[in-house]
Design a protein around this ligand. Structure first.
Ligand code: HEC
Ligand code: HEC
Length: 214
């Protein structure tokens, strides 16, 4: 991690985008947020999530946020705030985010275009691709592409998986129902049965496959 490497000049186009989101947020009465407070918050997010939002493999794997669907990010930030999704680090982080900040942060993160981190195992690549594209009907596992899209880029509340870190995807699928949907049914209920039916070897294969996609 180290230095944040956050350069305003280079990213001004993305900021223009983020600021559009900001005025909408203010319009909806969520309270005005200063450009400076958004900038410093983004800088804070990228300390953990990588200088280009590419994620970071450390003692605790930091997920990629670059290119993520804004509606998914917004939903997850609310989920941490409301205790629907459990994670001590992010539940602490969201206490410092005001409602008006969420949309500009999500729009900014979508604009980042990091290359995949790589590093997942290669031996299950064929199986991973098959699970993603056609599923395993005999094991009651649907094709991931049906919901996450043929390029794994997601849509609205369905997350992008392309380029997501292998270690994070593995952990997330393994622990899915222990971390999400903690206050009754929410958007995670769509994904929970899929995660439950995957074996550890299948999880590893499909996680390696999506982590390699751009
Ligand atoms: C201290 C480190 C840290 C900081 C700072 C931080 N995060 Fe996180 N974030 C994490 C960790 C760790 C996770 C993984 C949680 C898990 O395993 O479920 C995470 C997960 C997330 C997720 C869910 C990703 C997914 O794919 O489901 C979002 C969205 C997110 N962070 C947004 C932010 C935003 C926006 C900021 C800045 C306001 C931020 N984070 C700051 C550590 C951090
Ligand atoms: C019926 C639609 C559907 C199918 C099929 C589906 N997913 Fe999902 N997936 C979702 C939704 C919706 C979410 C967001 C859940 C939430 O809000 O917590 C999600 C979330 C995820 C996440 C969490 C991402 C993150 O950043 O934390 C992973 C990983 C994932 N899916 C992998 C898969 C894999 C692998 C497959 C195929 C075996 C698959 N999904 C099939 C709908 C689906």
């Amino acid at each position: 991690m180290g230095t944040t490497g956050f350069k305003l000049g280079v990213r001004s186009a993305a900021f223009a985008l983020a600021l559009c989101g900001m005025s909408h947020a203010a319009d909806r009465g969520k309270g005005p947020v200063s450009r400076q407070s958004i900038e410093s918050k983004i800088e804070y997010c990228l300390i953990c999530h990588g200088t280009s939002g590419q994620g970071f493999r450390g003692y605790y794997t930091m997920p990629r946020l670059a290119g993520q669907q804004p509606q998914y990010i917004e939903n997850q930030l609310h989920a941490f705030k409301e205790g629907r999704r459990l994670n001590p680090i992010m539940q602490n982080v969201v206490t410092g985010i005001s409602p008006g900040m969420i949309q500009p942060l999500a729009e900014y993160l979508r604009s980042l275009n990091a290359a995949p981190h790589g590093g997942g195992p290669t031996e299950g690549a064929g199986l991973g691709k098959r699970i993603f594209e056609v599923g395993l009907p005999d094991a009651n596992i649907p094709a991931c592409a049906v919901c996450h899209g043929p390029d794994a880029r997601g849509t609205r509340q369905i997350p992008r998986l392309a380029g997501q870190l292998y270690w994070y995807v593995t952990k997330t699928l393994t622990n899915f129902s222990r971390e999400r949907g903690q206050r009754g049914e929410d958007s995670s209920g769509i994904m929970a049965p899929v995660a439950r039916n995957l074996s550890p070897a299948q999880i590893s294969a499909v996680a390696a496959y999506v982590s390699s996609l751009r």
